[in-house]
Design a protein around this ligand. Structure first.
Ligand code: 13P
Length: 253
């Protein structure tokens, strides 16, 4: 009922020509798969990858401004992202919250603005190691989810993707266990059900992110609440990301 969505967040990696090469090869490698596949290259590569005639892979950006236009040096507006061909945008990644002071209020503003311009937000939520050790995981993701969705109309909710990315699992090789990730994602869905009702909560897609690799994707995707993955490091490599997208072909161990 919910179409799985696997997205690659390339972060600050890849030149224009590297991005074009990877997109072309990936599009060929995953064409027949019944999963939504998105890649989020750096801003500098967006025009070039958008010019490719890709049949399967959709393009997302890694960030968007809180404003449509104006004196915001160094920022990229949602209009500019739509203009190139982006259909998705990552909002509130923990690296932006940690290193660039992005707040829940800014995340909420960006979600509103993205939706207003027809961009689908991939909203990141997740706890730090300290918060997890203090037993605050649930409280953190519930409050980040509520803040991100504040004022969003019910009919827009299915256009949003949420990515649960525990900060301690990002780039560390540590993954949340599939059970743990499923449970936290279940909590996020319950929070959405409390605000918008079961039917809407049953339609929104929630990904897991944090050291997703070819050897753990299958177990994660087997969980009932997990609708996809937001992949960092392993999405930079054609073979690895293709294996993640084609996880259903793996031999049962
Ligand atoms: P890694 O897959 O490298 O842990 O990164 C996860 C992430 O931050 C995706 O947005």
């Amino acid at each position: 009922m919910r179409k799985p969505i696997i997205a690659g967040n390339w972060k600050m990696h890849k030149t224009v020509s590297e991005s074009v090469g990877l997109c072309e090869a990936l599009d060929r490698a995953v064409q027949d798969v019944d999963i939504e596949v998105v890649v989020c290259p750096p801003f500098t590569a967006l025009s070039a990858v958008c010019a490719l005639a890709m049949r399967k892979v959709k393009i997302g950006a890694q960030n968007v401004s809180i404003a449509e236009s104006g004196a915001f040096t160094g920022e990229i507006s949602p209009l500019m992202l739509v203009d190139v061909c982006c259909s998705y945008v990552i909002i509130g990644h923990s690296e932006r919250r940690q290193h660039f002071g992005e707040t829940d209020a800014m995340v909420n503003k960006k979600v509103h603005l993205a939706l207003q311009h027809g961009l689908r937000p991939i909203v990141c939520v997740g706890e730090s190691l300290m918060q997890r050790r203090a037993g605050e995981t649930e409280a953190v993701v519930v409050s980040q989810t509520k803040a991100a969705l504040a004022g969003i109309a019910q009919e827009q909710v299915p256009d949003i993707v949420i990515a649960y990315e525990p900060i301690w699992a990002i780039g560390t090789g540590e993954t949340a266990s599939a059970d743990d990730a499923n449970e936290v994602i279940g909590t996020i869905r319950k929070t959405i059900a409390e605000i918008y009702g079961q039917e809407t909560a049953g339609r929104i897609r929630i990904q897991y992110g944090g050291s997703v690799k070819p050897d753990n994707i299958r177990e994660l995707m087997a969980q009932p609440e997990i609708d996809g993955a937001l992949v960092g490091g392993a999405s930079l490599d054609l073979k690895g990301f293709t294996a993640i997208v084609r996880y259903h072909e793996q031999q049962q161990s």
